[in-house]
Ligand binder design. Structure first.
Ligand SMILES: *Cc1c(COP(=O)(O)O)cnc(C)c1O
Length: 406
């Protein structure tokens, strides 16, 4: 089955599977991973240019995070929120401080954190803003991706995500991403919040104009509407700042975090905000069996410690400049456009050449793992621990694939 090379090659996919068919993975079967390299059962190595959609920002098997996890595994892993544990307040303070907010709610997956933010925004609208009962509206953007729960897919405009899963939760209004005037026009006295990704990841690393988020901030302030920033993929170092909102000096009312927060070891997500917002939650009104478990708190605290040094943000900036410079010459040579922010790129493959999927399959054959999104777009988001030479090698494989397809 294997060509015997040490880098790349793929395995044929199984035809009959006991696994539900809700993914179509690339034909690679990983067995182990360290740093930026993934190894399959035959010993072939692949450069991970996806990082589990930025959940693996700090690299596979990051020694600091693994040590924290091992330590905590031996001490205590789950106690439930029925009791407190010694790591809980420390984690809450560390993450809240990182975001410059008063407090946080720990959850597990990103979609759960989005659901939490929606619940909090609605309750805030009724209790603080005075919106009429059951009338609260949340404005979302076209092209959004906020997860896969029924409420969340109900306000997606991706037919694959949405079709066949109704009826949906009411109370969401969609406006064009990047259009502050459209957003302002959609606000009514019942508007509780605006929910946005500061950079749209799943849509293909869509970076709004520099004026957009500041305009959203101003409009929300003027109209008494909460700004909920879904930084699940964009946050925690990926873009070269702790939060993508930092690039334009915007502070949202609510940060929604996930993915890298669990260090690539456990699912960990959180909603972080000031007490005038999160204070609406009282005992019994929201919760999660696993949210804030000791293992996740310990790892999350270690993740915050890594980010406090600024080292990873700096790496994302420096390596991101390299990625941008090395991708630029490929525009017109197989790529029609490239968008980058920090160590994060959306590249649009010339559709007359190949689909994004074909490019990813060819990359895998050459030992590079990346993921297509929406037809001809490929997203690149390697772990922030990648070395410049590894990054250059990965981009060289892309150039090679594009040459071969031309
Ligand atoms: C991945 C993602 C989510 C959902 O996170 P899950 O952990 O998969 O539920 C939500 N919002 C954004 C921006 C994401 O990238």
């Amino acid at each position: 089955m294997h060509a015997g090379t040490t880098t790349g090659t793929t395995v044929p996919q199984r035809r009959v599977s006991r696994l539900a068919n809700n993914y179509s993975p690339l034909p690679v079967r990983a067995e182990s991973a360290r740093g930026v390299w993934v190894t399959d059962a035959s010993g072939s190595r692949f450069l991970d240019m996806l990082s589990a959609y930025s959940a693996m920002n700090f690299g596979h098997g990051n020694p600091t995070l693994l040590a924290a996890a091992h330590d905590q595994l031996a001490a205590m892993t789950l106690i439930s929120r029925a009791y407190d544990h010694t790591g809980m307040e420390r984690y809450a303070a560390a993450l809240s401080d990182l975001a410059g907010k008063d407090m946080m709610v720990p959850m597990n997956t990103g979609a759960e954190a989005v659901e939490t933010a929606v619940k909090v925004a609605r309750k805030w609208a009724y209790e603080v803003k005075g919106v009429r009962e059951n009338r609260a509206e949340i404005i979302v953007a076209s092209g959004n991706f906020h997860g896969r729960t029924t409420t969340v897919v109900g306000f997606s405009d991706d037919p694959d995500a949405r079709n066949g899963f109704g009826p949906f939760t009411p109370g969401f209004v969609t406006v064009a991403y990047g259009d502050a005037a459209a957003l302002e026009a959609a606000i009514t006295p019942d508007t509780a919040a605006v929910l946005l990704e500061p950079v749209q990841g799943e849509a293909g690393v869509i970076i709004p104009d520099a004026g957009y988020l500041p305009a959203v901030r101003r409009i929300c302030d003027e109209q008494g509407v909460l700004f909920l920033a879904d930084e699940i993929q964009s946050g925690l170092g990926r873009t070269g700042e702790t939060f993508a909102c930092d690039h334009v000096a915007v502070t949202p009312d609510v940060y929604i975090l996930g993915k890298a927060l669990g260090g690539g070891i456990v699912p960990a997500s959180a909603v972080v905000a000031d007490s005038d917002v999160l204070g609406v939650l009282r005992p019994g009104q929201h919760g999660s069996t696993f949210g804030g478990n000791p293992l996740a708190c310990r790892i999350g605290t270690a993740v915050v410690d890594l980010l406090k040094t600024g080292e990873y943000q700096e790496r994302a900036r420096t390596l991101g400049a390299l990625l941008r410079d090395e991708l630029a010459p490929l525009v017109g040579r197989g790529l029609v456009s490239v968008r980058t922010i920090g160590l994060w790129a959306g590249i649009d493959v010339d559709p007359s050449l190949a689909t994004g999927r074909t490019v990813c399959e060819e990359l895998a054959r050459r030992g590079v793992l990346a993921k297509d999104t929406h037809g001809s777009t490929v997203r690149l988001s390697p772990p922030l621990v990648i070395e410049p030479s590894e990054l250059s090698w990965g981009v060289a494989q892309l150039a090679d694939v594009l040459r071969a397809l031309a």
